[in-house]
Design a protein around this ligand. Sequence first.
Ligand SMILES: [Zn+2]
Ligand SMILES: [Zn+2]
Length: 208
Amino acid sequence: MPDTNNDMPSEDAAPEEELAPYLIEAARSSRSKCRTCKRKIDKDLLRIGILLEGPYGTGYLWHHLTCAARRRFEDVEAAYEDVSWDEGLEVPQLAELKKLQEAAEKKKADKKEAPWAERAKSGRSKCKHCEEPIAKDSWRIILDREVEFFGQVRTAQVNIHPACVAAELASDDCATEIDGFADLLRDNSKVLSEDDVTEILELIGELY
Ligand SMILES: [Zn+2]
Ligand SMILES: [Zn+2]
């Protein structure tokens, strides 16, 4: 994937055709992929193209209009300011898209912070450390792990057996600190009783 921050074309490499910075349209086929959710954009769904001038040419990177509203509202706002769509296309009110953004931000704010502990609601989750299933109703610990995703490192929350926590915390890609672990776990697991927390910490055992 080209690095979009570097290697911009030199100034004399003018694009053959002047493209507007944004384009909102109904997808002309089902072949484009949304750069936000990574899923395909079905034909006729509204999509927003954000112009990218890269080393391999100039073109639009597509997003579902709704995905862009949730994750990069400034672009959607700018596209609306420029009226970046053909006359006759029915687009939602900007205020409606703003609501999507607000809901997405609220969801993000409500997201729990690792580490925390909870009982597995089903037997379907697997421990990301040993790859073995986590039994229904048994404790699982949620930790942060660094994962590479399309060339970018980001943090993902992973389920870990209490008995696997010490080894996971010691691994290179673990993004949860060992220092202060027990206190953080207690703070982030407020719905649990002190007895539960004590039991969980015993299951986890020595960290060093
Ligand atoms: Zn999408
Ligand atoms: Zn495990």
